[in-house]
Design a protein. Structure first.
Length: 138
């Protein structure tokens, strides 16, 4: 299992971030999978996402300062993937931080997990780019 992080200072307010941050937008902003279905379920939101014949289920739990989400079950590209998004007031804006742990579960694990982490880090950066863009558009 590898861990990656990304963070961004945004010139906005906490309510501004809360207005644009939701499970569907998070998946869309990561720009790897498309949202196929979203459903409110006990304790959170389930998003079915897909790309090029691959589907996965992500479970999102809303928190006071962001979201925690993870790949459910064994279908999907990862053996395990969990991400936490947190936001907090900082100076004249908001700091949004993303932390993800990921494993492909393939041999040789050190190499394949490193590749998964490299790809996951790019997804986190794209998510922050998309969030920043949504804030400037809205």
């Amino acid at each position: 299992m590898r861990e990656v992080e990304a963070s961004r200072f945004l010139r906005t307010t906490i309510p501004g971030v809360e207005r644009v941050l939701d499970p569907e937008r998070i998946v869309e902003c990561e720009d790897t999978f498309s949202v196929l279905e979203t459903a409110a379920v006990d304790g959170g939101t389930r998003v079915i996402a897909g790309a090029k014949g691959l589907e996965m289920s992500l479970f999102f739990e809303e928190r006071e300062d962001g979201y925690r989400y993870y790949q459910e079950g064994e279908t999907g590209p990862f053996e395990a993937m969990e991400t936490t998004i947190r936001y907090r007031a900082e100076n004249e804006g908001v700091r949004v931080s993303m932390h993800s742990s990921v494993s492909l579960g393939l041999f040789p694990r050190p190499l394949t997990d490193r590749i998964a982490a490299w790809k996951r880090e790019a997804e986190l950066e794209r998510c922050l780019d998309g969030l920043e863009e949504a804030l400037t558009d809205g």
